[in-house]
Design a protein around this ligand. Structure first.
Ligand code: BGP
Length: 466
């Protein structure tokens, strides 16, 4: 029987952003401070005060998204616009902004996909211990409940926490979370456990309050290759994959910590304290789909434990963990200007693995290429390298679908240029160029890149013409 490769009807062709990276207006209309506003993600590199000024230009931006043909737009809500102090007093202006944004999307038939929390924890909560404090679970639950109440009539797709795995692995380094105690790892895994609980509560609430809506986690998933067929290397890859990838999906989907990750935590003396009833809360909440961000795969070899520094804060460049695994370059892959490996086949491998392990619908919420784009005369940006990257990934997604993977949407990063989490606006990802430099805001005008026109045609032909 012929196995025709095509994207299903109603496939969610979209694109993504996050609030602090695109909105700007960091202190307007009652918005409170988040850890990003006071943090070290951007020290000396840039700031997020104006970003792409989307807060003031969302209508113009959404008109461009509509022109590109987007069927979905994945964005995050800024927690401190809704609750400036993380909990307590609600800020009506914040509700108003997202009300208008969602209505504008709906007017163009663009499906909103909302990330509840994307790295920007309210600073007031951080001051009280952030995720180390169990009260933050209640604050998140209350915040999520507020979003379901005000926007649940129009939003069908919800994402709980963006890249919880990256928050735990790099967040302390980047200032997204704080860990102060002597046993840093233990504190981080305790925070991780609290995020699992917060996520479970949001899933349950969403199902109760918004019948018909769907909600899922959104980790960063990278298939892990062993550097060789040496059994030690395979073991190292398996360990790394368990603590980097599967831990973050096994807990919400199966309601249990996986045994490899658990024994790693035991050896490292960082097992979280699990209170009576915690695992029941987690077990009761079933995600409807898995959203995930994919940029590349990782390759590791076994590490004898001779010792090296193990964090750069860069989520796609694996350094390693003494005694477990060590990142190596994959000789078969090319790299971006920022040193991230490019692996479209790895995307298909990751899709197949996720499908096999969890058997849930999959939604790609990030995938893309960061580059130093050049604005040429006549307002032209020839980003053929980005087209090439996206084309190859979409081709592999198409094959994965023909192999049985239930992929419901693809939202590359990013819809429009925005400020990279720790590398500034110079690292551009968008289909739309925003005319500003790191410290010179220029006129912030919007310019359609070559990839804009290319992606428009991809969507119009439902992925037939790549
Ligand atoms: C993901 C984040 C995004 C975005 C993206 C690109 O981890 O969810 O917020 O930043 O990576 O990363 P970077 O900005 O470091 O290039």
């Amino acid at each position: 029987m012929e196995n025709k490769r095509c994207f299903p009807e109603g496939f969610l062709w979209g694109a993504s952003t996050s609030a602090y990276q695109v909105e700007g207006a960091w202190n307007e209309d009652g918005k409170g401070l988040s850890v990003i506003d006071v943090g070290k993600t951007h020290e000396g590199v840039t700031d997020f005060k104006v970003a792409s000024d989307h807060y003031h230009r969302y209508k113009e931006d959404i008109a461009l998204f509509a022109e590109m043909g987007l069927r979905a737009y994945r964005f995050s809500i800024s927690w401190t616009r809704i609750f400036p102090e993380g909990s307590g007093k609600l800020n009506g202006k914040g509700i108003e902004f997202y009300d208008k944004l969602i209505d504008e999307l709906k007017a163009y038939d663009i499906e909103p996909i909302v990330t509840i929390y994307h790295f920007d924890l309210p600073y007031e909560l951080q001051k009280k211990g952030g995720w180390a404090n169990r009260n933050t679970i209640r604050a998140y639950e209350n915040y999520a409940e507020t979003l379901f109440k005000y926007f649940g009539d129009r939003v069908k797709y919800w994402l709980t926490i963006n890249e919880q795995n990256m928050i735990v692995m790099f967040g302390a380094f980047l200032g997204m979370i704080e860990a102060k105690s002597d046993n840093l790892k233990k504190e981080l895994y305790q925070q991780n456990h609290h995020m699992f609980l917060a996520q479970a509560k949001a899933i349950k609430l969403c199902h109760e309050m918004c019948p018909g809506a769907k909600i899922g986690p959104a980790p960063n998933i990278a298939y892990v290759y062993p550097a060789s067929s040496r059994p030690e290397d395979v073991l190292a890859a398996q360990t790394f994959s368990s603590i980097r990838n599967w831990l973050y999906l096994d807990v919400p989907v199966f309601g249990r910590y996986n045994s490899v990750a658990w024994s790693y935590m035991e050896s490292e003396n960082c097992v979280p304290e699990i209170k009576e009833g915690d695992m029941d809360i987690i077990k009761e909440a079933k995600p409807d789909f898995i959203a995930f961000n994919y940029y590349s795969t990782a390759t590791v070899e076994f590490d004898e434990g001779k010792g090296f520094k193990n964090s750069t804060g860069d989520q796609q460049i694996v350094i390693g963990e003494p005694g477990y695994y060590k990142g190596v370059l994959n000789p078969y892959l090319e790299k971006t200007q920022f040193g991230w490996e490019i692996d479209p086949l790895g995307f298909r491998i990751t899709l197949r693995e996720l499908h096999d392990r969890y058997n849930l619908p999959l939604l790609v919420t990030e995938n893309g290429l960061g580059a130093y784009d050049a604005l040429e005369e006549g307002d032209v940006v020839n980003d053929d390298y980005r087209i090439d990257y996206l084309r190859k990934h979409i081709e592999q997604a198409k094959i994965a679908i023909s192999e049985g993977v239930n992929l419901i949407g693809y939202c590359p990063w990013s819809a429009i240029d925005l400020v990279s989490t720790h590398q500034g606006i110079s690292k551009r990802y968008g289909f739309i160029y925003v005319n500003r430099d790191e410290f010179d805001l220029k006129d912030l005008r919007r310019i359609k890149k070559k990839s804009f026109h290319w992606y428009k045609n991809v969507i119009a032909t439902n992925g037939e013409e790549l």
